[in-house]
Design a protein around this ligand. Structure first.
Ligand code: ZN
Length: 681
């Protein structure tokens, strides 16, 4: 997958079938939850092993985190031209308010501000619709008039009254800027989108502008329009480029300042060259230089510390060209990467011992070892809501000629999982104390192993018989392929080999994975389906397929049952060893289907087991889930980094702390990392 890899957990709480990281065996005292409001939950993440970095590496991380935080205002402005003015007005009122802070008006304004911080603007970060304020215009007007004018973001000669007139329609009128990104077919997507990537141009004019620029013979095209706002001035359409001395120049200068500091302490000459090239790009705004930078970046594989900083993803532009600003600073998680390496090194053993027919096995199999990273800071479009993995660069020709870097962010998935412990989800849906205990002890670890087996070995195992069309399974192909990789993981997570390789501590551990997998596939994943709908998405279909198939086939021997207790339905597993055999049997059949291209068998399996939903069970699951009041979206506060200096001012250490609260962090960022004017033209 290209671009960002999102956690289902980030979108929906507590579905256990996600990969995790660093499950610790001892009790974990760190508090992963910060607060909850609207439809959001704020978490914090830890940066384990930061102290294992050398002083030079710590300095490098520190300088790169400073460079990351300096870009925050750019994203606010990209998301909408009034966002900075509105945020600053709200912050001035929020911090200076002398009245009663316990009224509904004030509290709802506080929630609104927290949502603006979370979304980097006034529209929902996921759905793109404008927030509906829960406070009155009269209240807000009076609060603004009572605020010290020196604290308000007034433009030259503007009064507080005029400020209200400027921003009130944007905040309160549902017809003004209703959507950040509009994708509705048939409308002018630029004129109807509130994002700030175009000014005074229609969709037609923008498309014509870029069509005229492109040369279809070019096999190494630059990413046209990536780093500019397209504007019409005096009847002429031009690009205002985001660069030093250009649009957003004040913030970009600061980013450059910290990048140059980072360059001085780079780990390797290759990394130094990467940073220098990025500085050159920010100074010139030249997209050819950006491609050169991307190539250097993708080739730099030996540095422990790595980072993304720039205009990367274009989901925020209805035409998909202009990139929002983001940054991620990280370093390699040695322990977790070691785990994926052990699995990869033993790839041939796993292939040889799998339950599939010998004709469909690879004689020579090579595992893929995925890199696991630890995030040190999230910024721009990766903050507070973030991806759990990235796969960059996005330029297609660079990907095909030079490859891409694909990483998963271990400490972020870990934080999602840890925060989900004790949120009531498992307590509601798991059959008894015995399963709960086992899940608490092992589910994080077996989940991450299952993901490793799925990614590093499952997809790469097996072969097609000569002459088999790789697309023979058509629309059922991706469900069958995901089922194949999942079954490979399920079969082997129970294998004594994992204990021999020291990847699992106990022969009871796999039961946590088996239980949560079946509970999810038979029941709890239905919380993501609206009443009356079928299962559509390939991963969800694959999980339903596997769970319902083993349930059906094991019925005679009562391997798995759906049982009632106090009027609620539960999954109960009676024979874990037989269950493993059933997974093996289905793996063999799915591999046969894939290897021979048996479309009819694929269709039968999917249509029988993976699509339909039992409406009464569905209704029950939705009702039970609703009662848990879990916030569907999650985001993070960052750790705080502080340089420790000696008497001469030399940095002797970098300290990391986790105590900062959500509003506290947002207000600090707004104070220390906010150099753009409220209106950027
Ligand atoms: Zn997969």
């Amino acid at each position: 997958m290209k671009g960002k890899i999102f956690s289902m957990l980030a979108v929906l709480s507590a579905l256990t079938a996600c990969n995790t990281q660093n499950a610790s065996t001892q009790a974990d005292k760190f508090d992963y939850t910060v607060e909850q409001f609207a439809d959001l939950q704020i978490l914090r993440y830890r940066v384990p092993e930061f102290d294992s970095l050398s002083l030079e590496q710590k300095k490098l991380v520190y300088y790169l985190t400073e460079a990351a935080l300096q870009g925050r205002d750019i994203l606010f402005d990209q998301n909408g031209k009034y966002n900075l003015t509105i945020r600053r007005t709200l912050e001035a009122v929020y911090t200076g308010y002398k009245g009663d802070r316990n009224t509904d008006n004030f509290k709802n304004m506080e929630t609104y501000l927290k949502r603006v911080w979370f979304s980097n603007g006034i529209h929902h970060h996921y759905g793109c619709e404008k927030f509906v304020p829960g406070f009155s215009q009269d209240f807000f007007r009076q609060a603004i008039l009572d605020t010290d004018p020196a604290k308000l973001p007034l433009s030259q000669g503007q009064t507080a009254e005029q400020l209200c007139e400027e921003i009130f329609p944007v905040i309160f009128d549902p017809n003004v800027m209703p959507k950040r990104v509009n994708q509705a077919d048939g409308e002018d997507l630029i004129l109807t989108s509130a994002c700030n990537y175009y000014e005074g141009v229609t969709q037609q004019e923008a498309e014509d502008f870029y069509r005229a620029m492109k040369n279809h013979q070019d096999e190494t095209p630059i990413s046209y329009g990536l780093n500019s706002r397209l504007v019409k001035e005096n009847g002429k359409i031009t690009e205002k480029v985001w660069k030093a001395g250009g649009l957003y120049g004040q913030a970009i200068q600061k980013i450059i300042y910290w990048l140059k500091k980072a360059e001085e302490v780079a780990e390797t000459p290759e990394q130094k060259a990467v940073i220098a090239k990025l500085v050159e790009f920010y100074e010139t705004g030249d997209l050819k230089t950006f491609d050169d930078y991307s190539i250097l970046w993708v080739k730099d594989l030996n540095s422990r510390v790595d980072f993304v900083n720039g205009f990367i993803e274009s989901y925020g532009d209805p035409l998909g060209m202009k990139a929002s600003w983001e940054s991620l600073v990280n370093f390699k998680d040695m322990e977790a990467t070691h785990r994926t390496e052990i699995i990869s090194e033993n790839a041939q053993w796993f292939e040889d011992h799998s339950p599939v027919d010998k004709r469909f096995k690879k004689e020579q199999v090579k595992g893929v070892s995925a890199k696991v990273i630890t995030a040190a800071i999230l910024a721009g479009d990766l903050y507070p809501s973030t991806a759990i993995g990235i796969n960059l660069p996005n330029s297609n020709w660079i990907r095909s000629q030079y490859g891409s870097k694909s990483v998963t962010i271990g400490n972020i998935t870990d934080a999602y999982n840890k925060a989900a412990h004790g949120n009531g989800f498992n307590e509601e849906f798991v059959y008894s104390e015995a399963e709960l205990k086992n899940i608490d002890a092992y589910a994080d670890l077996t989940d991450e192993l299952h993901t490793d087996l799925h990614e590093c070995l499952g997809h790469g195992s097996g072969k097609l018989l000569p002459g088999t069309d790789p697309d023979a399974l058509k629309a059922y192909g991706s469900t069958i392929e995901e089922a194949r990789a999942d079954l490979f993981g399920l079969y082997y997570v129970a294998d004594p080999k994992l204990i021999e390789l020291k990847l699992l501590p106990s022969d009871e551990a796999y039961k946590a994975q088996y239980y949560t997998y079946l509970m999810n596939g038979l029941m709890t994943q239905l919380v993501r389906i609206a009443p009356g709908n079928n299962i559509e998405e390939a991963h969800m279909r694959n999980r339903a397929l596997i769970a319902h198939w083993v349930y059906e086939k094991g019925k005679r021997e009562n391997v798995v049952e759906m049982t009632q207790k106090d009027g609620k339905t539960y999954v109960k597993i009676n024979d874990y060893e037989k269950l493993r055999h059933l997974f093996g049997e289905l793996l063999a059949e799915i591999q046969r289907i894939k290897s021979t291209g048996d479309f009819e068998a694929a269709r039968q399996l999917v249509e029988t087991y993976a699509v339909k939903v039992d409406p009464s069970l569905h209704k029950e699951v939705l009702e039970r889930y609703e009662k848990l009041h879990l916030a569907p979206y999650k985001g993070f506060v960052n750790p705080k980094y502080e340089a420790v200096t000696d008497e001469q001012g030399n940095i002797t250490d970098i300290k990391v702390s986790y105590e900062e609260g959500y509003a506290e962090q947002m207000l600090r960022y707004s104070k220390d990392y906010s150099c753009l004017p409220s209106v950027n033209e």
